[in-house]
Design a protein around this ligand. Sequence first.
Ligand code: NAP
Length: 257
Amino acid sequence: MGIAEGKRALIVGVANDKSLAWAIAQELKAQGAEIALTYQGEILEKRVRPLAEQIGAKIVGELDVTSDAQIESTFSNLKGLWGGLDMMVHAIAFADREDLRDRFLNVNRTNFARAMEISAYSLVAMARAAEPLMEARGGGSIVTLTYLGAVRAIPNYNVMGVAKAALEACVRYLALDLGPKNIRVNALSAAPARTLASSAIRDYHTMAHEVEERSPLRRAMKPEEAGKMATALLSDMAGGVTGQTVYVDMGYSIVGA
Ligand code: NAP
């Protein structure tokens, strides 16, 4: 029996088959969960629907996290579908491409606010919407995805690092608020992986190469390793773990110069 048997999971952030959210979806499915996905913009027919079909997932709506109305309708669709929710994966981030190169110092007010809204505040809004559905199931577990740039100044990661620092702080405060309802909240800090989002970062290859060269395990992360750890954190295997940032980075973050 899989560790997610009988569980119902919402996964937000599948853009294509390279998305870390897709690796998580596949592992959750393999471990027995029923999956619901959302989509953004026009990628539904081309990319998300064929993937959803592969794992028998339901599509519960269009969700641009800057829209409170779309957050409300997604969770109302979920309530209609399942009546409750056990697991939620938040795997979304956005920063303007021009801010993922050169100097952090140059980010403007609008772009700073937008990166924070989409990459950090959205977790708060989604956790608030998920709370009654998880309560209806006696508790739940939420996982978001973050990166080492939250705690180290990594060239070109810039405003996204600031947003990830906020995201990791949100995880701790949400864990405090939701713990009494038996809802756990954790972040998985992944090593660089080639995806649509990471392709916007200038010199992404240098970040990735560093992990292969200098991490204790001397290799890149396999996306399925993020999928497995996220699934473990979401499941009862991690029943005593909340408010944490767990690194799936081949040990890179422990290494000094
Ligand atoms: P990805 O496949 O491009 O996924 C990013 C997702 O964010 C996409 O599905 C994108 O949807 C969604 N998104 C952006 N703006 C949104 C909005 N306003 N509303 C709803 N969804 C929105 O890239 P990924 O690398 O797997 O990223 C997933 C998460 O992992 C992100 O939080 C990222 O920071 C984190 N992470 C990635 C790496 C890495 O190296 N790849 C490492 C550590 C952490 P659209 O494509 O439709 O806009």
